[in-house]
Design a protein around this ligand. Sequence first.
Ligand code: FAD
Length: 302
Amino acid sequence: PYDVLVVGGGPAGASAAIYSSRKGIRTGMVSERLGGQVLDTLSIENFISVKGTEGPKLAAALEEHVKDYDIDIMNLQRAKGLEKKDLFELELENGAKLKSKTLIVSTGARWREIGVPGEAEFKNKGVAYCPHCDGPLFEGKDVAVIGGGNSGVEAAIDLAGIVNHVTLLEYNSELKADEVLQKRLYSLPNVTVLTNAKTSEITGDDNVNGLKYVDLESGDEKHVELAGVFVQIGLIPNTDWLGDLIDRNKIGEIITDKRAATNIPGVFAAGDCTDSAYNQIIVSMGEGATSALSAFDHLIRN
Ligand code: FAD
C-alpha cells in the first residue's frame, strides 16, 4: 500500500505529492489531467516570484518537478469511489483498486458554464472566468459580468477599478449579493446593473465583441458592445465521486480545518475542492503542502 495517495494533479496535488515524497514515504498520485485548471489558463501574473508565465508552461514545470521525485504517477486516471477498510481503498474508473494508509483529496473545481452560444468558441478570446487573473487584460475596455451573486458583484467591483465600464447582468429581478457589496456596486460611476436580463449569446468575430440578452420584462433581445465577458455563476467542486464518506458543505466543498484534515482521520484535502476561502494557484499549493505535512504527522502517530 501507499503511505500517502494523492488524488488530483493540479497545483494542490503536485505540491502535496512533492512534500510527501520529500518525507521519504511511499507516495502515489492519481490524476485525470496533470496540471489541472492551470492548463486552461492563458497568462498568470500572480504566482509570486514568477513575474509572468502562461498556464501550459507552468503546468509543464509542475509536471517536471513532480517527476523529479520518487512518486508513483498515474496520469489520465479518474477516481470513482473511496472506501475505508483497514486501509483506504480508492477505486479508479478503469477498475483498479489502490490501497493507502492516508489520502489527500485535491480534485479541484470547474467553473460553472452558462452554456450559451459563443461561450465555448470565445473561451480565452474574451470569455473569462477569473477576474483576479484576467481582469488586467481588459484595462480601459468595456466588459460584462454575468451573475449577481457575491462572486459576480465582487468581480464587477474589482473590474470597475481596471476597465472602462462594467455591465452586470442578473437573470433574477434582484441581485443576490450581500447588501454591503450591492451598496458599493451601486456607488460606482462606471457600472450599469441589468436585472431580469437573460444572457442569450456571446458574440464576436476573432474575439468577443459583445453580448446579447433578453430583457425578461419586455421580451426584447438587446445587444451590448464589449471586449470581454466574465461568467460568474459559481464554481463546482469535483467531489461527487466521493460518496458519503467525507463531509462537505452545501455547495459540495470538502470541509477542512487549518491542518487540512477532514472528518475522517487520515483523509486530508487541499485546494479548490475544499471550503477554503480563496481559489488561487498559490493558495492551493500552500494547502497541498499543509495536507502532506499533516498526513505525515498522522502516519508517525498511528
Ligand atoms: P485543479 O487545478 O482543478 O486540479 C484538480 C486536479 O484533479 C486535476 O489534475 C484534475 O484532472 C484532477 N481530478 C479531478 N477530478 C478527478 C478524479 N475524479 N480523479 C482523478 N483526478 C481528478 N489562479 C491564480 O492564482 N492565478 C491565475 O492567473 C489564475 N487564472 C485562472 C484562469 C482560469 C481560466 C481558471 C479556470 C483558473 C484560474 N486560476 C488562477 C485558479 C487556479 O487555476 C486554481 O485555483 C488552481 O488550479 C486550483 O488548484 P487545485 O490543484 O486545487 O485544482
